[in-house]
Ligand binder design. Structure first.
Ligand code: GLU
Length: 177
């Protein structure tokens, strides 16, 4: 079991995400990461294999700040424990960041379909299909982000919980299960 935290508001998300992840450490994990939307509108990710203190060190060496963010402690099911497989995962354009608890059962089918449409995957996780699927739905349909998430989740089979942020929506944090 992993942990998911999110923050949107007037404070810097980073210390709050780390504090939230610390409270979830008892659940067990193999890696941890955060994605934060900076004041310049970019989503930035830091991830580390192993203890949360490794992520804290990475954030000390290379700090992030912003009022919207998601954090994750991972317990690998699809793909080995590694930095590249840790969450958050992004879509191809870097506009959507996703953290995920659970399993997407039809991930290989969705991955093949998205690859055929030109999507390039960086990790071995089932999770990574979600940001790419939302990206594809937004591109094809002109739906809103909330509608695109709903559509993506109709297609993703399994038992899961998700935290999702969009670069272009600085005041919105999406959660779904
Ligand atoms: N299935 C996802 C993965 O392997 C999420 C695992 C979890 O719940 O931490 O990355």
């Amino acid at each position: 079991m992993c942990g998911i935290v999110g923050y949107v508001g007037p404070k810097n998300a980073v210390p709050l995400l780390i504090e939230g992840l610390k409270r979830l450490e008892y659940r067990g994990y193999d890696s941890a990461g955060v994605a934060v939307r900076g004041a310049d509108g970019k989503l930035r990710v830091r991830k580390r294999l192993g203890r949360l203190s490794n992520l804290e060190e990475a954030l000390e060496a290379s700090p992030l700040s912003g009022g919207l963010g998601i954090g994750h402690t991972r317990w690998a099911t699809h793909g080995e424990p590694s930095e590249v497989n840790s969450h958050p995962h992004l879509d191809g354009s870097g506009r959507i960041a996703v953290v995920h608890n659970g399993i997407i059962e039809n991930d290989s089918e969705l991955r093949a379909e998205l690859q055929a449409k030109g999507h390039v995957f960086l990790s071995q996780t089932d999770t990574e299909v979600i940001p790419h699927l939302i990206e594809e739905i937004l591109k094809e349909s002109g739906k809103t982000p909330a509608e695109a998430i709903r559509e993506a989740l109709k297609r993703a089979k399994g038992a899961y919980a998700l935290g999702i942020v969009f670069r272009d929506q600085p005041d919105v944090l999406y959660a779904a299960r």
